[in-house]
Design a protein around this ligand. Structure first.
Ligand code: NAD
Length: 458
């Protein structure tokens, strides 16, 4: 549905009326969102299968279930998050007290990508509701089945002046929206180039942005790692959703002496998870569209295929593929892969591995498989990245107590749990001064008062 000036004005009035601010309203709407997703769960599962061939189990574990968990967590903690925070006040401001109130931002525009088209729209929505905002949702047009179900769901359950959905080609629709209306916040999940364009359009109106972007997330494995467990977790992290996961391991850096054992086990796990013919597995996804399929296929000649490499354009299928002999200057290593191709490199020292990681700025995630504490600390302390795991992949994003977000090129701002509440509110400072006394020190004339200023301000 297009966003008209009348609807935007109604949203603005709704926000200004204070209706969205009360704890009772926010909790009711969060519960409503949970009920809505419950009611539409079968439709969402079917849509996710149609868009990305996700199995119902994967759709639940990586999309719908995470939305429930986010809502449940917000419902449990919202009362405490909304409490004003009392902070101390310097003596020179006597007799005053100070507090920080988390203020809702207003009307937020949430823009989502196609790879987790339900979760990446509805999880931020939960945060925006918890924070007391009105929301315009822009799903990805490249996952049209999911986008249609979500629009129907939101229209069924929510009033238009509180939450509404705008559909269409982002390059046109978002541009029009940002030209026509001043949002109070833009929460964007998507690619780096579009993120830059959003940031520059937002700058025109000084609209604050949260950018959840992509990048090349390395996975480092040394000889002290539990190789069997590492192989299972890397295989799962890389090939879930056919590699179309922003935090998927993009490439593998493996210590020379454990390379063969690790690759052998990864191949075994591919068979175990998806059978010898992943094309026939109900648990293996498909590439979102022909454009992305062709892009991924163009990477295949850029290295030596160790296993996988089969593809079927009619079915948008690309097998789980592991490659070596890839040069860092090739597009495969210059761009975010975002598909089921895993290039493998070996290294000899931690310093050498860290230097390779630094060639690709600001990864969204970093994974270290090692049972050596010093190695774990070396990589997690010396490399810049949004978040990550030691001896695991992907799962850091499912802990609502951890902030999720990138740094620099992989994003600005964080969300999940309390961090979502913080992302959609701002800290408003309030200092209150009693009136029973009014020390005259700060008032002119100032002659003779310097000693007081110097005593308090040092
Ligand atoms: P995208 O940037 O092409 O599109 C994202 C959204 O922006 C869509 O809703 C789209 O309609 C809209 N859009 C597209 N072009 C636009 C334009 N010119 N102006 C304004 N809006 C526009 O991203 P995508 O292909 O949907 O998603 C893949 C990318 O998203 C990958 O880079 C991936 O790493 C990243 N991603 C990041 C996260 C994260 O949490 N950090 C999660 C998922 C995906």
């Amino acid at each position: 549905m297009p966003l008209t000036a009348t609807t935007f004005a109604a949203m603005h009035n709704c926000f200004c009326s204070g209706a969205t601010r009360t704890l009772a309203f926010r909790k009711k709407q969060l519960q409503l969102l949970k009920n809505a997703v419950k009611q539409f769960e079968p439709l969402l599962q079917r849509a996710l299968h149609a868009d990305l061939r996700k199995s119902p189990e994967e759709a639940y574990a990586t999309e719908i279930g995470l939305v429930y968990a986010e809502i449940t967590h917000a419902l449990q903690h919202l009362g405490e998050w909304m409490q004003p925070e009392k902070v101390s006040t310097p003596l020179m401001l006597f007799p005053s007290s100070s507090k920080i109130v988390r203020d809702p931002l207003g009307i937020s525009l949430i823009i989502a990508p196609w790879n987790y088209p339900a979760q990446l729209l509805l999880s931020p929505l939960a945060g925006a509701i918890a924070a007391g905002n009105c929301v315009v949702l822009k799903p990805s047009e490249l996952a049209p089945h999911t986008a249609a179900v979500i629009e129907q769901m939101i229209q069924t359950f929510f009033s238009e002046e509180h939450i509404m959905v705008v559909q269409g080609d982002g390059a046109l629709v978002v541009r029009q929206l940002l030209k026509a209306y001043r949002f109070d916040h833009i929460f964007f999940t998507g690619s780096i180039p579009v993120g830059k364009s959003i940031a520059s359009m937002a700058a025109e109106t000084l609209t604050p942005v949260t950018l959840e972007l992509g990048g090349k997330s390395p996975c480092i494995v040394d000889e002290t790692a539990n190789i069997a467990v590492a192989a299972a977790r890397i295989t799962w992290g890389k090939f879930t959703n056919a590699g179309q996961t922003c935090v998927a391991p993009d490439y593998l850096l493996v210590k020379n002496d454990c390379r063969d054992a690790l690759l052998q086990q990864i191949q075994q796990h591919v068979h175990r998870f998806y059978t010898a013919d992943p094309a026939a597995s109900p648990d293996y996804g498909r590439i979102i569209n022909r454009r992305r399929f062709d892009k991924l296929l163009s990477y295949l000649p850029q290295g030596n295929i160790l296993f996988g490499g089969q593809a079927n354009a009619a079915d948008l299928y690309i097998a789980p593929t592991v490659m070596d002999q890839v040069r860092h200057t090739q597009p495969l290593m210059q761009e975010e892969i975002f598909g089921p191709l895993l290039p493998v490199f070996t290294y000899r020292t931690n310093e050498e591995a860290a230097d390779l990681v630094r060639q690709h700025s600001n990864p969204l995630s970093l994974y270290v498989f090692s049972n050596n504490r010093k190695t774990q600390d070396y990589f997690t302390e010396n490399l810049g990245f949004g978040g990550g795991c030691i001896n695991n992949t992907l799962v850091h994003l499912s802990n609502p107590n951890l902030p999720f977000g990138g740094l620099g090129c992989s994003g600005t701002g964080q969300y999940h749990g309390k961090y979502s509440f913080d992302a959609f509110t701002r800290p408003k400072a309030i200092l209150q001064t009693a009136t029973w006394i009014d020390p005259p020190v700060k008032y002119p004339p100032y002659a003779g008062k310097m000693k007081w200023f110097k005593r308090f301000l040092r």
